[in-house]
Design a protein around this ligand. Structure first.
Ligand code: PAN
Ligand code: ZN
Length: 187
């Protein structure tokens, strides 16, 4: 006899929100991103407590640094700009440099900026259903270029860890709003 269990957590595919009783949410605000956006004057005019993005995850299932496990998280990136630079995540490389990651688009329109830290960058479109592989040794950052929240799923190893470098210096490009479109410039 096998007991049939239901899953602890449901991913609502329409909103990208997790539903469950053991979830945690980490919010990153304008104040936390002080060293990441170029236009410091615009940044200083904004409310430091304004949320730019938040990540929701299952709580206490896996431990950071434990061998063999996986983390599952949904990033929700609000729509907006600082000056003309689109809202984006801090971006990082993994401490365990070789570990890769999967992202997939759930809601909204964005870009995934990849930088191999040796002068080569790539931008990949993020839209619902897009499956994005981030190789190891690669800095990765999400950018919301749309008119609604960008929700993106992610799975990475529990041994990966996050290295944020020194602010924007991990990345060699910036994405700014021009009319209804975007432009990429050197950072
Ligand atoms: C993601 C990111 C998430 C937030 O879960 O951690 O999008 O971005 P920052 O960590 O750059 O602030 C991931 O890539 N995990 O490894
Ligand atoms: Zn990552």
């Amino acid at each position: 006899m096998i007991e049939i269990q239901s899953s602890d957590t449901i991913l609502d595919l329409k909103s990208g929100r997790l539903i469950g009783s053991h979830l945690k949410r980490t919010t990153t605000t304008i104040g936390d991103l002080r060293n990441y956006f170029k236009d410091r004057t615009a940044l200083n005019r904004m409310d430091p407590d304004q949320a730019v993005y938040w990540v929701e995850m299952e709580e206490n299932k896996q431990k950071e640094g434990e061998e063999g496990g996986l983390f599952f998280g949904i990033s929700h990136l609000c729509c907006g700009t600082v000056g003309d630079e689109f809202f984006m995540t801090k971006g990082h490389v993994h401490n365990k440099f070789d570990t890769a990651e999967y992202y997939w688009g759930i809601k909204g329109t964005g870009l995934l900026l990849l930088d191999n830290l040796k002068g080569s960058s790539r931008l990949i479109e993020v839209k619902p259903g897009a499956v994005l592989y981030i190789p190891g040794r690669t800095a990765h950052r999400l950018i919301n270029i749309g008119n609604e929240e960008l929700a993106v799923g992610a799975v990475w190893q529990t041994i990966s860890g996050h290295n944020y470098g020194r602010g924007a210096q991990l990345f060699h490009n910036r994405v700014t709003k021009v009319g209804n479109s975007y432009q990429v410039t050197e950072a």
